[in-house]
Design a protein around this ligand. Structure first.
Ligand code: SF4
Length: 369
């Protein structure tokens, strides 16, 4: 059925919903808990029960399953992606622009080479109570692990330097891209499987911690809505967990050089977990470092929104109005840190700069010190 043949008011709703970044800032701040991304996802599911989906939706929804397969041939994947005709095909044919390249380092192999154990019920069962109290489990997400493998390694290195025993949960899909695209049935099935894996690890009473804030917050929002409170173990963001261990972070006085770091938070994180930026300040203070909080809105990427060809102009405008003045300011050179994968990716795309994650800055300061 073509859109011209039958007038259907839902087409106008679809067009309006396409303007939503699904950043969840409204959901975190609304006093009566209006959650636009939630009803946007519900609408998309119903709408596409009647009208065909664009290929783009399937590609984005399936990203978490495709990335591990592509990662096995990362150099080849990146070389193909760099071809102009492939870029054009993706931009015009699939509706996906500026797709990022994969990390060349294979995270799984690197972790194995470093002797970092996978978090499995078998490996955790071998720990004594004292060892468990000093352990942490990193819950991987598709974007950090496949596009920023070095960040995962840096987090592992920093935590190991702090005398913590680090386990990394084998990668499995979280389902957030499915939820954003309105594949709610598939999201619920993915969430149920992932929650089961998390429960099997949570049983050992070792903190579960995610690196990317937006992906980690999915466990306490969309997961709980889909599966209920009891079915989903707590997965903390890095700074939330680190603030529970402040007195163990720097056990001796450190004389670290303080460049005067400034934090650009992910908008989903700062609006849905408002204590997050201050928690980072406390973590830095434990190392004797200052961290200025910079007030910005959304960077315009918001997960995969900025990669949809139909959204690139808006995404660029939002970036120019919010993050770009901070990123391009001379006085901020070498000082800015960003917590979100998608924000760092947007900065790389439009300002050709690489911002560090706060823990990478801490690691660098410790190494220099
Ligand atoms: S763009 Fe963000 S703040 Fe605006 S409606 Fe969508 S989720 Fe809410």
């Amino acid at each position: 059925m073509s859109r011209k043949q039958h007038h259907d008011y839902s087409h106008q709703v679809y067009d309006a919903m396409a303007g939503c970044l699904a950043c969840k800032s409204c959901a975190g701040q609304c006093p009566v808990k209006v959650n636009v991304p939630q009803f946007r996802s519900q609408f998309l599911e119903v709408y596409h029960g009647r009208y065909l989906r664009p290929l783009r939706d399937y590609v984005i929804g399936g990203t978490e399953w495709m990335l591990p397969a592509f990662a096995r041939v990362a150099p080849l994947y990146n070389a193909v992606l760099g071809q102009r005709w492939v870029e054009k095909l993706m931009r015009k044919g699939m509706g996906i622009s500026d797709s990022p390249v994969l990390s060349r380092a294979n995270l799984k192999k690197k972790l194995r080479a470093w002797g970092v154990a996978e978090a499995t019920p078998t490996s955790l069962a071998l720990l004594t109570e004292q060892q468990r109290a000093n352990s942490v489990i990193i819950v991987q997400d598709a974007f950090t692990s496949h596009f920023e493998a070095k960040l995962v390694m840096d987090v592992v290195e920093l935590l190991s330097r702090l005398n913590l025993r680090v386990f990394v949960m084998p990668f499995s899909a979280n389902g957030k891209p499915l939820h954003v695209q309105g594949f709610l049935g598939a999201f619920e099935r993915t969430a149920a499987r992932q929650a089961e894996r998390l429960r099997a690890l949570a049983h050992f009473d070792i903190p579960l911690v995610g690196i990317d804030p937006a992906m980690t917050l999915t466990y306490r929002q969309e997961y709980i809505k889909a599966l209920g409170n009891e079915a989903v173990p707590e997965v903390m963001m890095l700074q939330e967990w680190l603030t529970t261990r402040l007195n163990t972070l720097a056990t001796r006085p450190l004389e670290l050089t303080d460049p005067g770091y400034k934090l650009l938070s992910h908008c989903t994180e700062s609006t849905n977990a408002p204590g997050s930026p201050k928690a980072w300040q406390k973590v830095f203070a434990a190392f004797g470092l200052e961290l200025e909080l910079v007030s910005t809105g959304c960077c315009g990427m918001s997960g995969t929104y900025g990669h949809e060809t139909r959204n690139t102009a808006t995404s660029r405008t939002i970036y120019a109005q919010s993050w770009q003045p901070q990123v391009d300011a001379d006085e901020n050179a070498g000082k800015l840190l960003a917590t979100g994968y998608s924000c760092r990716s947007q900065v790389k795309r439009y300002s050709a700069q690489t911002l560090e994650h706060p823990l990478q800055a801490l690691l660098g300061a410790l190494k220099r010190g």
